[in-house]
Design a protein around this ligand. Structure first.
Ligand code: PLP
Length: 439
């Protein structure tokens, strides 16, 4: 075993355990003081992350997997993925430091942010991270000055107008500008060794991958004409993290495999990689969060009181985390988190129109509205599933969720990992070829 993940990093659980059971134990065992101090309790099923990797290897056998650290940089996730042999895609210095701190070698790290801070480029140069991405001339100039031995991947824009979360609004060179960028790179003696793209997250049409793979082929031809030795194709992320996604991972994989066979057939000398985030972690994390305050609002509906014997009301619940913390997906991915109640209410209990709000004192911190819930109380725990992506660590883009406690669990049958993944499979391909480096 590579030794990134140790048995002391997680709770070993028997086959068939459910994260909900473990969470129930933790919330029942949580003292009043814990509930007051800890904003959120997560249970992370590392076995679920392992299973995702199995599925990845089966469905995309030609593609090497990198993990997008920004998605969830919690230590258990980074360690289990490092143990499985993944590489890491980092967006800044802090992420590079984090993965290097757990022992990941620089050769397994891509600094995949097309627009970088100079100090962070210098950090990459000093710490041996040599594969960087770019999408404009200014960026090339910065790299020439601060990291002359870098190898570059040209990030191209995609048609992502139907994706829930678009990335090409911000990143990616148009096909029209690629020749010019490749010429500039040649002039400045910068080696461009590959092409990357990201079709956005929540893309409803897997053909978007096929189109971008075809576009990448065009850029490879341009690069070859100009004398760049390109051998990396990076398919980006955007793969779904939940089982009931509109488009299933297997369906996307099949479209990708056909497009690769057409444009980058086996033996063509191009290494294919992808940088997945939500795919690995979304469904592995379950969250419990307690109600910190509540307010009943009487609804002004003449006549209802006589009909029902009680005043119609809605209930506003306040939680210790909101859209500026672990529920940021409400803002970024337009999700509607639906809580599961720890204790099942009796069926005859009346339901009230309810809303959930975060702790920030503004009207935007609304987690969910229009829910029909039984009467709940301050101190009750609400459970949310599929909470692994862009929620904790640096994955929480609006603030570092310091007060979140994560308990990692691993099923006994999944440990130790090499029993499932024989060692040769853990070996990592060479990102750089000997011929990439002038002697
Ligand atoms: N690669 C890059 C360059 C990204 O910016 C992101 C997310 O923003 C990812 C990969 C991961 O995306 P996802 O979580 O949708 O897989």
């Amino acid at each position: 075993m590579a030794g990134y993940l140790r048995e002391t990093d997680f709770v070993m659980v028997e086959e068939g355990f459910s994260t909900r059971d473990l969470l129930e134990e933790l919330t029942l065992g949580a003292s009043q003081a814990t509930a007051e101090e800890v904003a959120a309790l997560f249970v992370a099923d590392l076995g679920a992350v392992v299973r995702k990797h199995f599925c990845f290897l089966k469905c995309l056998p030609r593609v090497r997997s990198f993990y997008a650290v920004k998605c969830n940089s919690s230590p258990g996730v980074l360690k289990v993925l490092a143990e499985l042999g993944l590489g890491f895609s980092c967006a800044n210095k802090a992420e590079m430091e984090l993965v290097q701190d757990i022992g990941v070698p620089a050769s397994k790290i891509i600094y995949a942010n097309p627009c970088k801070q100079i100090a962070h480029i210098k950090y990459a140069a000093k710490h041996g991270v040599r594969l960087l991405s770019f999408d404009n001339e200014m960026e090339l100039a910065k790299v020439v000055k601060s990291h002359p031995s870098a190898k570059m991947v040209l990030c191209i824009a995609t048609e992502d107008s139907h994706s829930l979360s678009r990335l090409s609004l911000k990143f990616g060179a148009s096909l029209k500008s690629c020749r010019h960028l490749l010429e500039n790179a040649k002039r400045d003696h910068v080696e461009v060794i590959g092409v990357s793209f990201h079709i956005g997250s929540g893309c409803p049409d897997p053909q978007a991958y096929a189109q971008s793979i075809a576009d990448a082929r065009v850029v490879f031809e341009m690069g070859a004409e100009l004398g760049h030795r390109m051998h990396i194709l990076d398919l980006g992320g955007g793969f779904p993290g939940v089982e009931d996604a509109k488009v299933r991972f297997e369906e996307i994989a099949s479209v990708i495999n056909s497009a690769l066979d057409l444009y980058f057939p086996e033996g063509c000398g191009v290494d294919i990689l992808a940088k997945l985030g939500r795919y690995y972690v979304t469904s592995a994390f379950t969250l419990a969060i307690s109600i910190i305050a509540k307010k009943e609002v009487l609804l002004d509906q003449p006549g209802r009181e006589e009909e029902t014997g009680s005043s119609p009301k809605s209930i506003v619940y306040h939680l210790s985390e909101g859209v500026y913390g672990v529920f940021s997906s409400v803002l970024f991915d337009s999700t509607c988190p639906a809580p599961i109640l720890q204790k099942k209410p009796p069926t005859e209990q009346p339901l009230y129109s309810s809303s959930l709000w975060g702790p920030v004192a503004n009207g935007c911190d609304c987690v969910a509205e229009g829910l029909w819930l039984p009467q709940l109380h301050v101190g009750d725990w609400l459970v949310f599933e599929n909470m692994g992506a862009y929620t904790v660590g640096m994955g929480s883009p609006l603030r570092d969720a310091q007060t979140c406690r994560i308990t990692y669990a691993m099923s006994r049958v999944a440990w130790p990992l090499p029993l499932l993944f024989p060692l040769p499979k853990l070996h990592f391909f060479q990102l750089f070829r000997a011929d990439s480096f002038p002697s």
